[in-house]
Design a protein around this ligand. Structure first.
Ligand SMILES: Nc1nc2c(c(=O)[nH]1)N[C@H]1C(S)=C(S)[C@@H](COP(=O)(O)O)O[C@H]1N2
Ligand SMILES: [Mo]
Length: 366
């Protein structure tokens, strides 16, 4: 495979310039198992704060026996440095497929709102221990960020989210200062962000400035109102947050990255189909690919990249496709024998979250 030329953030496909929301072309995304920073999607709800890493302080407050105020140097000096390879994935990844069923709120993300990076920082669990945090499993750890995001009502408020205490105490949740060995860039949360492997990207607060141990989930808009999975009968005008489920873990999913949707392929040679699959912290044990809309399947080859609990899985398959139009489909299976729903219509929700139905693209062989 020829390497693709080095990309910059300017090569991303921009859904919105302000706030900045953009994703890479899928062939780029599939080019490296560890996503280059330039190819990492950006999802922001407001401004991109520029914070001086020298004066920035992270406060640890709430149900703690010692409040902390940590500089970047304190974090790097007082805690063991931990690196975790993990996927960052937006709950709106693949929303465009749900919008084929019926419109939804939100940007029409293709399958590119996902990236697999090496994150480095301190373990959140260690930081909480240093603060003498109460670790009752019913508590929540809230993250307040420096950016101001616009709510549905048009009001502006600081971005905030939370995760349940048991997840916060798992060693792989990081207060991260680096991605792929480089300091975090501004759009990815410099100088400090939270990384919550396995959870929807929304919980991984960028530009974090306060970590608070509290009895309830964060009262910020993003936690209370925004990232909820609603049943299909609920619409924007009937929404009632009691009917929604807070999105934490991400579902089993898979996508075809190459060829691209709508591609024309030369006849007389087998078509190389490549993509990713993700099963959160379960293993992807099988990936099926179909060249005829899901009537017949064959197994894709799963590529081995070591035992990376929180990474994605790369796969490829060679298909014999006769001349004409074809619908290519992928679905993955996890270690519990679960697979994905066939139709996006079965999982449609008005906010357009968690699209995990079989990914389908059309190609023409001529
Ligand atoms: N402070 C803050 N943190 C944030 C966001 C944001 O807008 N502000 N967006 C969240 C969402 S929805 C996602 S999917 C991820 C995206 O991370 P990335 O832009 O580094 O890819 O960041 C999360 N953390
Ligand atoms: Mo997101």
């Amino acid at each position: 495979m020829l390497g693709l030329p080095k990309a910059t953030k300017d090569d991303l496909i921009v859904h919105s310039a302000k706030p900045f929301n953009a994703e890479p072309a899928l062939a780029r995304l599939r080019s490296d198992f560890v996503t280059a920073i330039a190819d990492c999607y950006v999802r922001s709800h407001g401004d991109l704060p520029r914070i001086d890493p020298g004066t920035h302080r992270l406060r640890v407050t709430g149900h703690v026996s010692r409040q902390l105020e940590l500089s970047l140097a304190d974090l790097q000096g007082r805690f063991a440095t931990r690196s975790v390879m993990a996927v960052m994935q937006c709950a709106g990844n693949r929303r465009a497929d749900l919008q084929q069923v019926e419109p939804t709120l939100g940007d029409p993300w293709a399958p590119g709102a996902i990236a697999n990076l090496m994150w480095t920082g301190a373990s959140l669990a260690e930081v909480l221990r240093a603060a003498g945090a109460d670790h009752d499993p019913l508590l929540h750890v809230a993250f307040e960020a420096a950016d101001i995001a616009e709510n549905e009502g048009g009001e502006n408020a600081r971005y905030g989210v939370s995760i349940p205490m048991p997840k916060a105490l798992s060693d792989d949740v990081l207060v991260a200062w680096a991605m792929n060995g480089e300091p975090l860039t501004v759009e990815h949360g410099a100088p400090l962000r939270i990384v919550v492997p396995g959870y929807a990207g929304v919980r991984s607060a960028k530009w974090v400035r306060e970590i608070r141990v509290q009895c309830q989930p964060s009262d910020a808009f993003q936690q209370q109102k925004d990232y909820l999975l609603f049943p299909p009968d609920i619409r924007k005008d009937t929404q009632d947050s009691c009917r929604g489920t807070t999105i934490y873990e991400m579902p089993l999913n898979a996508a075809i990255c190459e060829p691209g949707d709508g591609a024309t392929l030369p006849s007389g040679q087998r078509a190389l189909v490549r993509g990713y699959a993700i099963a959160t912290d379960r293993a992807v044990v099988r990936v099926d690919v179909s060249g005829n809309g899901g009537r017949a399947w064959r197994q894709a080859a799963i590529e081995q990249h070591g035992n990376q609990r929180w990474s994605w899985t790369f796969w490829h398959a060679l298909l014999d496709l006769p001349e004409g139009q074809h619908e290519l489909v992928v679905r993955a299976w996890d270690a519990a024998g679960q697979t994905q729903p066939a139709d996006a219509a079965d999982i449609w929700n008005f906010k357009g979250y968690l699209c995990a139905s079989w990914h389908r693209i059309r190609v023409e062989v001529q």
